[in-house]
Design a binder for this molecule. Structure first.
Ligand code: SIN
Length: 291
């Protein structure tokens, strides 16, 4: 696909595209923004090579994208730029497990934009997996059952793992919890997708954690199959933009002894229950969230 000279090239069977012939720090007209928006919604994750994004330029680029114009609700990152860093002496990294960003918020972020700033000499890739592709391959019976269900997400696992990282040792992160449909319709494409992830989804609403675990584990494993994945090999100047409503990601931690620094921003999302993301069967009940 090509528009204004900008190219969009699929890079895998079910997920991922490279966008070329564009300087995302430069002046972008509305048609370029629309093209990028469509590509993210269609391919789940897009990336740009050879960019030079200052924090200000990344914020300006980030803020051109919004599903609603609402401000992003993001209690974990009061600053708009988040630096994701792993130092030479560190063993744990940030994001080293399958998750989608901020699904524990009542308004999950739509997109994340990540720019490579310092890379290890090899490794440090990020893997992505399509939740929409995984949903498509479930049986009609399981699809219909999941469409009636809602799942609870919270940030306790990230608090636990971040508290072990030196840069977050003295940061007090509050527990945040929200329930969302287990299957959503994408607000831009209408495509159905699972909306669950190993990082933050704790149980199904109205079910206990113990009752939820077998089905959740089954679904996590389904979503993480290699067929649904794309592995981004970062280069200096690579910037990725992914869709947290339909894609999981995993920061691969295979570069001990080397430094990796990434610059992240979050694109505002929509309240899923209000934006046509619900399928008729999982419209929220009038009851409070399960604890
Ligand atoms: C994240 O989980 O958002 C970080 C991904 C990465 O550093 O590759």
């Amino acid at each position: 696909m090509q528009s204004n000279g900008i190219t969009v090239t699929r890079v895998n069977g079910l997920i991922g595209a490279e966008i070329g012939n564009i300087d995302i720090a430069g002046e972008l007209d509305e048609s370029a923004i629309a093209l990028i928006t469509d590509a993210v919604a269609k391919h789940g994750i897009v990336y740009f090579r050879g960019q030079d994004l200052s924090p200000e330029a990344q914020l300006a680029f980030n803020n051109r994208f919004s599903l609603t114009g609402r401000p992003n609700e993001n209690p974990m990152t009061l600053a708009q730029i988040t630096m994701i860093e792993k130092e030479e002496q560190q063993l744990k990294n940030v994001g080293g497990g399958w998750h989608a960003d901020q699904t524990f918020n009542s308004v999950p972020s739509w997109g994340s934009i990540l720019a490579a700033k310092v890379l290890p000499s090899a490794g440090g890739n990020t893997s992505f997996a399509t939740l929409a592709g995984a949903y498509d391959d479930l049986s009609p019976g399981l699809q219909q059952q999941l469409e009636t269900m809602r799942a609870v997400h919270d940030n306790t696992r990230v608090i636990t793992s971040m508290s072990q990282l030196p840069q977050y040792a003295n940061v007090n992160i509050e527990v945040v919890r929200a329930a969302h449909p287990a299957v959503i319709r994408h607000p831009l494409t209408g495509r159905k997708s699972l909306f669950l992830n190993r990082g933050y989804t704790t149980h199904f609403e109205g079910w206990t954690v113990e009752e939820s675990a077998p089905l959740l584990q089954y679904l996590f494993h389904r979503c993480e199959r290699p067929e649904y994945q794309f592995h981004l090999k970062w280069q200096p100047g690579t910037v990725a933009f992914w869709d947290n409503l339909q894609v999981l990601h995993y920061a691969v931690n295979d570069y001990h002894g080397e430094r990796r620094v990434m610059q992240r921003t979050s694109v505002a999302g929509v309240p899923l229950d209000e934006a046509g993301c619900t399928v008729a069967a999982n419209t929220p009940a009038e009851t409070p969230l399960a604890a």
